[in-house]
Design a protein around this ligand. Sequence first.
Ligand SMILES: CC(C)(COP(=O)(O)OP(=O)(O)OC[C@H]1O[C@@H](n2cnc3c(N)ncnc32)[C@H](O)[C@@H]1OP(=O)(O)O)[C@@H](O)C(=O)NCCC(=O)NCCS
Length: 311
Amino acid sequence: MQLTTDRLDLVPLDPDRDAESLFAMYSDPEYDRYGPNEPTADVAATRRRLAEMLRANGGWTWVLRLRPRTEALGTIGIFADQGTTIRGLSWGLRRDHWGRGLMGEAAPVVIDHLLAQPGIDGVEAWIDTRNTRSIGVARRARLAERATLARVYPDHTAQQVVMARAAEPGDCDVLAARPNLPVRDVRQTGRLLTRVLGLTVLFEYGDPPTFARLGVAPWTGSAGVDLSAADGVIACATVSFDIGIPTDVMYRRAAESGVTIDMQPVDQPWGTREFVFSLPEGHRVRIIGPVRPAGDAAAHSSVVVNVLPTG
Ligand SMILES: CC(C)(COP(=O)(O)OP(=O)(O)OC[C@H]1O[C@@H](n2cnc3c(N)ncnc32)[C@H](O)[C@@H]1OP(=O)(O)O)[C@@H](O)C(=O)NCCC(=O)NCCS
């Protein structure tokens, strides 16, 4: 279905018709600076890429045309159907048209249309935190920041925000999981966890503290972990943390802080790199981080680690 905005016609993508003008976008190395694809080599490769996109997403891609011109200046649509009712968004424009508010004009109309479809309960865009133009587009379309993910590029690790909007706005019943660890020394454990994990002490209660709340960020309501003073026999728990910096960087911090390392960094088959250390009471802290960039493995192979026996 064709959609319109003040300046634009949004027309369903046709790979045969649009490949030639969209080749200018897909062949531009700057276009996919924050994406996974190599620039396309020629118009035929662009046509194949567009046809594959339509096959995978069931035809949900529009091209942007600036009236009265009829060539395609960019695309906006959803990614392949992964069997969920939350659909991933993708948008891009030829560089000679960036910064004129075109995608910021197209996205709200397309997203309103998508969210009115049966079978789509929400849409989300994963955007590199440095891609400020794209974040601006998401905000224009009333997408809100919901989460942060680690992102591995061939030569470095970065982070991306998950910007999302639900068809039916509503509050979640649960706001965050908050494990509570009984420990013998709340202040010392808090210092250790802030040093290794970069957590923030949101507040402490008592002097010496009998309770502390640690957050992943300094903001009110941030997810994190609570510490409660305890003595006697302490039942040990495992707490996992998703991290957004290279796993081996945090591993070095942990090793240097003198904690007991239970498991050195290991690449998991589900696409994360993880290690485990213990707190003095025996609680295990599992760090779940990004795998190493492809060009980075050698740089980390010589890391000297302080491996102690598990308790
Ligand atoms: C992302 C992209 C589609 C934005 O399209 P666009 O039409 O240039 O976007 P707009 O002109 O509507 O501007 C979007 C925001 O960027 C801001 N912006 C404009 N020029 C900017 C600049 N030079 N630097 C930083 N931000 C800028 C705008 O002010 C706007 O934010 P606002 O709504 O808060 O004012 C385009 O840059 C692109 O194709 N990039 C490459 C592909 C890509 O990154 N896709 C998204 C992957 S998640």
